[in-house]
Design a protein around this ligand. Sequence first.
Ligand SMILES: Cc1cc2nc3c(=O)[nH]c(=O)nc-3n(C[C@H](O)[C@H](O)[C@H](O)COP(=O)(O)OP(=O)(O)OC[C@H]3O[C@@H](n4cnc5c(N)ncnc54)[C@H](O)[C@@H]3O)c2cc1C
Length: 398
Amino acid sequence: MVPLRVAVIGAGIAGLTVAAALSRQGIRCEVFEQTRHLREIGAGIQLAPNATRVLRRLGLGDFLGVVAVRPEAIEMRRWDDNQVVARTTLGKECEELYGDPYYTAHRADLHRGLLELLPAGTAHLGRRCIGIEENTDEVVLRFADGFTTTADVVIGADGIHSAVREVLLADSPEFSGQTIYRGLVPADRLPFLLTEPKVVLWLGPEQHGVCYPVSAGKLISFGATTPAADWRTESWTAQGSVTELAGQYAGWNPEFQQVLSAAEAVNRWALHDRGALTTWSTDRVTVIGDAAHPMLPFMAQGANQAIEDAIALAGFLRGATPDSTGAALKQYEELRNPRTRDIQQNSRANAKVLHLPDGEEQRERDSELIGRANLRNQAWLYEYDVERITTEIVNGRS
Ligand SMILES: Cc1cc2nc3c(=O)[nH]c(=O)nc-3n(C[C@H](O)[C@H](O)[C@H](O)COP(=O)(O)OP(=O)(O)OC[C@H]3O[C@@H](n4cnc5c(N)ncnc54)[C@H](O)[C@@H]3O)c2cc1C
């Protein structure tokens, strides 16, 4: 069989995961990344069992067990008096129920772990893709430095501002009206958070805060959303003002204020998403992760879904030949479109739900949160085994 030549544009979580999954299947791929230094920004990420399950199978189980943290619970608390509104138990219960843990991790750790799964020479840095021309037999890729190459399949894993997505649809990111400040603080500065590792969300009018331990418990990652005013910058290196941030959360409970005042620096990021993509693929070009379905971070599922995409796509490409890529990409799209669309929409809805002003609606929401706190209610999200489902479709059993 003629081996497939796959090109991946972008070496974020989506791009590295699909490259690792393809490599595991013996499909050689090249990853082209625009930046010259491969690194993820310093911030935390929540990884749910729907992703940790497939990351374990990729070979990252032990690695995550060492570098990540297994939180015992997710707690929703009130912004003013720090009262717990709802608590979802995770820890051992999550593993018993879903077979794999919920983790909180430093993005740089996850990125490093994925990178180490790739055969040497897979990732090419400083290569910004600026042209994608699809012909009947192959795709021609052009890069900003003048380099050109060809591939049988091109996977756009190039994030919310995807150049590859432009092949499929001429749309633009939509601004949510919200920004998020993010930072990392040495955990020993916040001893009250060390008694039990957990994800804590404080819900308040128009704003919410979140924090959890990462890096084997050595650091606390926090996020604080605020209405944007005139902030539109979308860069993880854009510095926010610690003083301004503290001012935005004046009057909030002392615990969250202590988290914010322990930070020496914060980044600030304007939150965008895009409408759902109706067509994900041509015969030879497709998209995964934020390039396909950028979502607001209010379900903490963007990267989890990127990882699911990557595993599904690699599964459908197993056994594809240079002449049969269109059918594989179609199957991938049919599986991934409905699920990611749902999660994208729920994430948008949460932008309102999590930021209700105190009053009747907020009290109703809090009652619902209590009702939903049982971990079993997350089965639709956490039980989902994308690898098993993909294999069943490929084998004609679904
Ligand atoms: C505040 C915040 C908190 C979040 N928290 C969570 C969470 O807890 N859990 C979760 O699952 N998700 C979370 N997410 C979502 C998650 O961060 C994203 O969904 C995920 O990082 C997307 O990964 P990606 O690889 O698709 O895209 P990106 O991470 O954007 O990677 C794209 C890569 O492509 C490269 N690139 C772009 N254009 C080109 C080009 N033309 N040529 C070559 N390379 C190119 C970029 O340099 C980059 O390296 C959060 C998001 C935000 C904003």
